[in-house]
Design a protein around this ligand. Structure first.
Ligand SMILES: Cc1ncc(COP(=O)(O)O)c(C=O)c1O
Length: 473
């Protein structure tokens, strides 16, 4: 591709992107395709000769776009959002063009130094003390894995990486059953083993917190049994219904016992730019590691996960490795962020944060988050006022769950399944399900960057209309 052609197709891609984003309200939110339908249109073998860009681009539009679920659709109310504010997309265009691999300071000094700055900006933005520093990871899963590895190494007196786990006492990690499955995976991958992830009761209710006296008792019991308590993973805004641990109480028990505390606020962390929500993670300034995903609710294009740590030395001691080919002679005192994360290679993720924070300012982003919380609350109130709807878990920030009563003789579980399928096949909105106390319920969150109050009104009208028109079998 010569540079003239590169320019022409780059301009075409940018124009396509702008038109695509502007047209989203006219598209069904969730892809309306059957499994295998897209693959049937893709050649079975790679071409021997190059093809024309016109043909490639046309196939992209004709074959692939209809099979996309539109995460940037203003009526995406499923899962958690993966917001990409337009300004962060522009930053990603630039990052793609530069295509730097930012593993060491010297492989991209601007990327490293900007990362230090924007992580510090975010630290201030969410109200964490200046004693925290941090790193941009690809995902919360990676950040949690890094934290679990630190827990393991601290507990094993830094011998786990060299000796493995077999020769040592079993390492124990504590959490409730409300944490995300990325915690389970971190426990598997770190070699600690699922049997050593101790589930502490969370008091019973759907939005309830870890029972900290039970945590203290479990640590004591494990010690007495010759096991090695290493760390606690607390959550603020659990994925299912927004469960929230009392961070101050968790930290008090954990630190009294010498344990490391990691807080997973992957989704809810963005809301902490609003001072009025910070009581939800009171005590977080005492935690050892905190992760939140600006790629979820803040508007930084996926992927962008920030891990704050109180003392980076433990992270670096756990993860840094120095073969000769990675040494950067003559640059003592510099930061090589690949020593703070599991993958060596790193994208230039700081740029989209810099563009986002500068373009919208914290006040602009706070307004977005406050609107989502208020609109969600209003929707929950409107549904609660309808006699055939029940709010099962009250809004935690912008997340709540509800149920619709089926007509007599119809099983609740299959009615809920059919309701969710019918709503998502309709295409005006997209939402998903969860289980609360064993019961299947509809889960709703508002968090897309372009969502308006009218979009949430459409959600209300769609839910009520479809729920009441479902055939009774
Ligand atoms: C609370 C929580 N933690 C962690 C994750 C995992 O995030 P990531 O996809 O960045 O690994 C999620 C994903 O939704 C989540 O909701």
């Amino acid at each position: 591709m010569d540079w003239g052609e590169f320019r022409r197709w780059s301009e075409k891609a940018a124009t396509w992107g702008a038109e695509y984003r502007a047209s989203l309200r006219d598209r069904p939110v969730r892809a309306q395709t059957a499994p295998g339908e897209i693959a049937a249109h893709i050649a079975d073998s790679p071409p021997e000769s190059g093809e024309a860009m016109e043909d490639i681009f046309k196939d992209f539009e004709d074959i692939l776009v209809p099979g996309m679920t539109h995460w940037q659709h203003p009526r995406f109310f499923a899962y958690f959002p993966a917001n990409a504010a337009p300004v962060s997309v522009i930053a990603e265009y630039l990052v793609s063009a530069i295509a730097a691999q930012c593993m060491l300071w010297q492989t991209s000094p601007s990327a490293t130094e900007l990362e230090t700055k924007v992580v510090d900006w975010l630290c201030q933005a969410v109200g964490l003390p200046g004693s925290f520093t941090g790193v941009i990871q690809d995902s919360a899963s990676t950040a949690t894995l890094a934290a679990v590895l630190v827990m393991r190494e601290r507990a094993l007196d830094w011998r786990g990486n060299s000796q493995g786990l077999a020769a040592n006492k079993a390492v124990r990690i504590y959490s409730t059953d409300q944490v995300h499955t990325s915690i389970d995976r971190a426990i598997w991958i770190s070699g600690i083993g699922a049997e050593n992830l101790v589930r502490i009761p969370s008091g019973g209710g759907p939005n309830s917190a870890m029972d900290t006296p039970a945590l203290a008792a479990a640590i004591e019991r494990d010690r007495a049994a010759g096991l090695l308590p290493a760390g606690v993973i607390a959550c603020v805004g659990g994925t299912s219904t927004g469960a929230c641990d009392d961070i101050a109480a968790v930290v008090e028990v954990a630190h009294r016992n010498g344990l490391y505390v990691h807080v997973d606020a992957a989704w809810a962390g963005s809301a902490m730019i609003c001072p009025e929500f910070r009581t939800l993670w009171q005590g977080v300034e005492q935690a050892d590691s905190v992760v939140f995903n600006p790629h979820k609710w803040l508007g930084a294009q996926f992927d962008c996960s920030v891990q704050f740590v109180r003392e980076p030395e433990s992270l670096v001691r756990t993860l840094a490795i120095h073969p000769e080919y990675l040494r950067t002679h003559g640059h003592d005192g510099i930061i090589n962020y690949s020593e703070w994360s599991v993958p060596l290679g790193r994208r230039f993720r700081a740029l989209k944060l810099w563009f986002l924070l500068r373009y919208h300012g914290l006040e602009g982003l706070r307004t977005m988050i406050r609107n989502h919380v208020a609109w969600s609350q209003t929707l929950a109130e409107r549904l609660a006022a309808e006699s055939d709807f029940e709010i099962v878990t009250q809004p935690f920030l912008s997340l709540f769950s509800f149920s619709h009563r089926p007509s007599a003789g119809v099983d609740q579980e299959s009615h809920t399944q059919r309701l969710i399928a019918a709503i998502n096949n309709d295409g005006r909105i997209y939402l998903t399900q969860t289980r609360v106390g064993g019961r299947l319920v509809v889960r709703f969150q508002a968090g897309q960057f372009e969502t308006t109050a009218e979009d949430v009104d459409i959600a209300f009208a769609t839910i009520v209309e479809i729920a009441r028109s479902l055939p009774s079998v």
